[in-house]
Design a protein around this ligand. Sequence first.
Ligand code: KIV
Ligand code: ZN
Length: 512
Amino acid sequence: MKTDKVLIFDTTLRDGEQAAGTSLNGQEKLDIARQLEKLGVDIIEAGFPITSQGDFDAVRLIAKEIRNSTICALSHANDEAIDRAWEAVKPAKKGMIHIFLSTSGVHLTHQLKKSQEDVLKMAKKSVAHAKKYTDNIEFSPMDATRTDTKFLYRIIEAVIDAGATTVNIPDTVGYSIPSEFGKLIEGIFKNVPNISKARISVHCHNDLGLAVANSLEAVRKGARQIECTVNGIGERAGNAAMEEIVMALKTRNDLYQVTTNIDSSQIFKTSRMVSDLTGFIVQQNKAVVGANAFRHQSGIHQDGIIKKANTYEIMNPREVGVPASALVLGKVSGRHAFKERLIEMGYSLDEEALNHAFKSFKELADKKRKITDRDIQSLIGEEIRTTSEVYHLDHVGVSCGNHSMPTATVRLVGPNKELVADAALGTGPVDAVYKAINRIVRVRNVLTEFTVSSITEGIDALGEVLIRIESDGITYTGRGADTDIIVASAKAYMNALNRLLNARKATAQGAE
Ligand code: KIV
Ligand code: ZN
């Protein structure tokens, strides 16, 4: 039964981007925003403009491009931050300002060093200031779940009177449990006299693994907006996972009796894109989007699935856009078949990107007999990664073995399309490759993480390398895939270095 609508407020580009080790550039944020729009997200929280020029520019870029979703910018409760937030979202067809201010005793005493009355005044004043720009204002009493409830009711009433149209209840530190959080939402509905003038939203963190459960309980008690992120990425243990929320509301519509505007067939693709661009690998057994989410291992389960899928499957993998696991393409497959498969998988590449992807597909098919959808996703991931390169990896070769010094030669295409080659020795082949690249690119950085995994099974599987490097206190993620893991390692390093170089370029341009 469908009786009511819950809005999905996606904060992947703001709270998700706060996850340690994430740094997306403006173009990557725009790519994710476009995909979120396709997914049907109601509101995209695109960033926190006062915090940096890069964030401001990314929010503005997204606000100019996206037409169907509302674009929201986060702001402190002060005029300067609100002015900056509005300046960034102003070009949006539907813009929104999200103001947050701590309300819990622990935050007031130890962080803000302000009284409840001071905070109440600040909250009212800031909402009134935002009201000069837009009617679409959300207010979040930060750390609401550890806030004295009487004070919480007072501040909610005050901000609604000042013009807030959405009141968001954050479980900032992921402290609450479902029954308690549900009661809090119920209490707000009962005790805030003007509550019917605003939408109640919830924003749950996952420190105790309860973010999704808490959000769903809030829906049962009347919340009609959920703030969440793709793959549940976010500050510390992350935020409520969008895909879990959406599929729980859909699969258990008998209980929740609400709908969302999400096109669930876009979920898998969105999850892969966010994972590729942020470098946050989705765990194998992750609900809804993990590689094992629809795999059946035990004989009894396989038998049941063959007889009738819903014996052991509560959702159809097609419903969330999981590509068929059938082996699809091979060496003899033509451009047309490749393009058709991409369309079926939900990708629409322009002619140039398609030609390039097809060339990579052919190269892969020479090395690997059967190309699966997962391989194709990885190829497209490579396409996305190489679009904004400063240096491009043209050649890499290594010589190594138990009685020789690992030696690498690399050739890169530089910023002015020039070819630059160099060689280096290392403690191992990857170290030698990275040293040879460093001799050309020359940016100081420290490798902090290096992980290799296999994308599909078999000796000819694509190997995927994920790395993180740190430079001037900022972490940059890089990913690369190839049947040769040394080449994949080189691609991952180039990907991380290119992100670093692009970020520095953007900062330098912002300072001009
Ligand atoms: O977790 C939190 O409290 C937040 C606020 C800015 C809503 O992210
Ligand atoms: Zn948060």
